[in-house]
Ligand binder design. Structure first.
Ligand code: SUO
Length: 448
């Protein structure tokens, strides 16, 4: 049976803006309050999706969320009609208004954790939306993400959907940004690597001092339980708290894995040698393939450069004949030591043989690179056939979505636009049409 890794990229929503909401995420804070370009942001994302589709990969689209989240504002005590709710919030709590406008659902690596059927006891693909409790603006996402995922993978025979973990710092879960699946082939059982930032119930364990660890060990364990994973195919690793304090707010800012490759910075983890032994021995039980740990030293690329260029927030995609292509942001090409490093990497004896650069600057300015923008779902032929076909990228969907963006999106968005009640109306019209294009049904609150 054929099998694939499919990538579902977040379509950038019409309210994409820079609000400085993510303490610990350097780009988010340094571009706070700059004006944004929603139309070009959405088009940059669509270009990347189309390019991966053209490379012969399975590429899908994950719909954006409804923003502003007026229900959240009403829950916080703002009342009256929509315009009055916005006006009061702008006056009394501008920071909260900015948060409920965030288009942050575009970073679908944080939408959920996904375990393929080859790894799970009931042989279904399991999905758990991430609760994203650490940041208010992101904590608004899990319910809608769950509804959209159910509308995309709507078949009980193949897909199991779980509720997000309890909304509490103890179970802080940032989804696939801290989860990597290593395997010989996508349809064979593999090793699921869960990376966490701290232990919630054991304060004797190391933790970052300056910036928050968003994801806990206890959350990773709970997801592994929900997904019915066998412990022989699971490895838990702690992120080095020092790199969190240098702006590595998710593990996918400092390492990326695919199949038999783990590409990582030497400072990424704690107890690296011991944990890599565990990965190696668990992997060897699932595949005969040679495993490649590709280490980048601080001398080659500093943590600071990794955070600025997103060298590790790249996608490693299988492009056939045992070769992988690295999908990197333009920032990697523009940085001398990183582009030199990548040129060298391609000559080494590893499966990574090609690099392709993409302009995703609108997303990068909020701390989201190519890997943040995608959720990976390994599927076999039958599961792919059971997936909502209307969300899969094609020449015609690409054209339709570009026309849709041109019709509904603004070129520029500044802070004062967030008080404009017309933006609410425009966004709802856009999303209503989108749910018809992607045949998602009524996933948004305003449609229910
Ligand atoms: N995986 C990448 C996630 C980036 C995301 N940035 C933001 O939410 C920034 C939003 C703003 O500041 O406007 C985050 O930090 O969770």
């Amino acid at each position: 049976m054929k099998h694939f890794e499919s990538n579902f990229d977040g379509l950038v929503g019409p309210t994409h803006n820079y609000a400085g909401l993510s303490v610990g995420n350097v780009a988010s804070l340094s571009n706070a309050k700059d004006s944004s370009n929603p139309k070009s942001a959405a088009k940059q994302g669509l270009q990347k999706m189309k390019a991966l589709h053209d490379m012969g990969l399975i590429q899908g689209v994950l719909a954006p969320h409804e923003r502003p989240d007026l229900d959240a504002l009403r829950r916080l005590g703002f009342s009256g009609n929509d315009a009055s709710v916005l006006q009061q919030a702008a006056k009394q709590a501008p920071q909260v208004l900015r948060a409920v406008y965030s288009a942050s659902s575009m970073w679908t690596a944080n939408a959920a954790t996904v375990s393929p059927s080859a790894d799970t006891a009931d042989k279904k693909v399991h999905f758990t939306p991430a609760n994203l409790t650490n940041k208010f603006h992101r904590s608004l996402e899990p319910e809608t993400s769950g509804r959209i995922l159910k509308a995309m993978f709507n078949n009980e025979q193949h897909f199991a959907h779980h509720q997000h973990l309890p909304d509490n710092d103890h179970f802080g879960d940032e989804g696939a940004a801290n989860h990597t699946r290593l395997c010989g082939e996508y349809d064979q059982a593999g090793v699921e690597l869960f990376v966490y930032g701290k232990h919630a119930f054991d304060s004797s364990k190391p933790a970052p001092k300056k910036y928050p660890a968003r994801h806990t060990f206890e959350a990773s364990q709970a997801v592994a339980r929900l997904h019915q994973l066998n412990e022989s195919g699971v490895v838990y690793m702690q992120q080095n708290p020092d790199v969190i304090d240098q702006g590595v707010f998710h593990n996918d800012v400092i390492s990326v894995g695919n199949q038999n490759v783990l590409f990582y910075h030497e400072q990424a983890f704690l107890n690296t040698a011991e944990k890599f032994k565990e990965i190696q021995s668990k992997f060897a039980k699932t595949s005969d393939k040679e495993f490649h740990f590709i280490k980048v030293s601080t001398e080659q690329v500093s943590v600071d450069e990794a955070v600025k260029t997103y060298l590790f927030n790249t996608q490693l995609v299988d492009t056939g004949n045992g070769e992988m292509t690295i999908i990197a942001p333009m920032e990697c090409k523009e940085n001398e030591s990183v582009s030199r490093y990548l040129a060298e990497l391609l000559k080494q004896n590893t499966p990574i043989k090609h690099v392709k650069y993409f302009d995703v600057k609108q997303s990068m300015r909020n701390g989201g690179g190519p890997a943040c923008l995608r959720l990976r779902v390994a599927l076999n032929e039958q599961e792919l056939a059971a997936t909502n076909q209307n969300v899969l990228m094609s020449d015609s969907l690409f054209a339709t979505l570009n026309t849709w963006v041109d019709k509904h999106y603004r070129d520029e968005l500044g802070e004062s636009d967030l008080q404009d009640p017309l933006l609410v109306i425009e966004t709802r019209a856009a999303l209503d049409e989108l749910t018809q294009i992607l045949k998602l049904g009524s996933v948004y609150q305003f449609q229910r």
